[in-house]
Design a protein around this ligand. Structure first.
Ligand SMILES: *Cc1c(COP(=O)(O)O)cnc(C)c1O
Length: 378
């Protein structure tokens, strides 16, 4: 038999992976709750989970009823999420034709990047902020320009305007396509002013305003989308409605962007359970608003209490979490000491945040457990 000389297959196969992905650092997954509980030797129900900005009150009771009564789990979901978008239209006051539902806001971030960014294009990111803007940009071969937030974590609007080029100087960066801003911002909870947003909307790029935490702050800009053809607003059911595990988010878009997004969206992106739960949440907004109010009150109590520790400097927050600078001791060590007691908070190892911790607002009893532990550790 004729023998071909082939390259070493093992070596060859490795080169098949897209180079930007081959070069990516591996993903560090979050340790699942039950694994952690076993590792710590603490029963799952005794773990105080304040690390992912989840809603400690969970979904509204109507969600459990809707999920139990749903008859169509064996049928593919409506690709247009019609019922959900109509309910969202009533909730937001924006016509359903401006709304796309997604498998979490995360899916919409990816879709937006894929719609605009080709390899070599640029996206402006304003860290410290949510990590998915960078993740999805780099995954799609885009380049990130980081415009660091100021010392108080407010957006450096002037610097963004300068980089995009304004009218005077031509921009040194090629094809700046998108600016991602988060208000309230994760991880600090500060909000963007109307004046800054108005200025940024003058720029020749797509402004994506991520309002994942807006229900805790008020003052949504969803209606601005109707007047600005370059504004997109993202929202989610994960935080205020307690549906993080079901993955439902949505975006408010100008029509011209919607028409393209619908071409690239996976048809069955929002599943039957997620859709039913989201619709049921929107029927029960009053009940969920009671929980939001409890969380906002608890946030203020937690903020005052954290100020009493001389090693913590909390920042005021309009979201359901509080960022604190850790002074005179190691923030990673503090996180580890709390974890050993079954209290989970968030630590970021980036240079800007390595002396900070972020604590999600829990139920009053969880705050008490946290404060007691801080007393003991401190
Ligand atoms: C939690 C969070 C999201 C993710 O929302 P999902 O709907 O759960 O994907 C988006 N943006 C920010 C800023 C967040 O903190």
């Amino acid at each position: 038999m004729h023998k071909l000389t082939l390259p070493n297959r093992k070596v060859k196969l490795k080169t098949l992976v897209r180079s930007n992905i081959a070069d990516m650092a591996p993903y560090t997954p979050i340790v699942p709750f039950d694994v952690l509980s076993k590792r710590l030797g603490i029963p799952a129900e005794d773990i105080v989970k304040l690390d992912a900005n989840e809603n400690p009150y969970g979904p509204s009771p109507s969600v459990y009823r809707a999920l139990a009564n749903e008859k169509d789990y064996h049928i593919y979901p409506d690709p247009d999420s019609t019922a959900l978008r109509e309910a969202l239209s009533r909730y937001t006051g924006i016509e359903a034709t401006h709304i796309i539902a997604g498998q979490g806001a995360d899916e919409l971030i990816d879709l937006i990047v894929r719609l605009f960014v080709t390899p070599g294009d640029t996206v402006i990111n304003c860290p410290p902020t949510f990590g998915m803007y960078r993740f999805d940009t780099e995954l799609n071969g885009g380049k990130i320009i980081d415009v660091e937030r100021k010392a108080d974590f407010s957006l450096d609007t002037e610097e963004v305007v300068k980089i995009v080029g304004g009218t005077e100087s031509p921009s040194p960066y090629r094809n700046i396509k998108i600016l991602f801003i988060t208000s309230p911002n994760n991880p600090d909870g500060s909000v963007l002013s109307d004046a800054c947003l108005r200025q940024l909307l003058q720029l020749p790029l797509i402004v994506v305003l991520d309002e994942a935490y807006i229900e805790f702050a008020g003052g949504s800009r969803v209606d601005w989308v109707l007047e600005h053809e370059n504004l997109v607003v993202l929202r989610t059911f994960s935080k205020w409605a307690g549906l993080a595990g079901l993955r439902v988010g949505y975006g408010i878009f100008p029509h011209w962007i919607i028409s393209h997004l619908l071409k690239i969206k996976q048809p069955y992106n929002v599943n039957v359970a997620g859709s039913a739960a989201a619709v049921a949440s929107l029927v029960d907004v009053r009940q969920l608003q009671v929980n939001i109010k409890k969380i906002v009150e608890e946030r203020e109590r937690l903020y005052s209490a954290l100020q009493n520790f001389d090693f913590l400097e909390p920042y005021p927050s309009e979201a359901n979490f509080i960022l604190s600078r850790v002074v005179g001791r190691d923030a990673a060590g503090l996180k580890a000491a709390l974890a050993a007691r079954g209290i989970l908070i968030r630590y970021f190892s980036t240079p800007r945040l390595e002396d900070h911790i972020r604590i999600s607002v829990g139920k009053p009893a969880q705050t008490c457990v946290l404060l007691d532990a801080l007393e003991v550790i401190g």
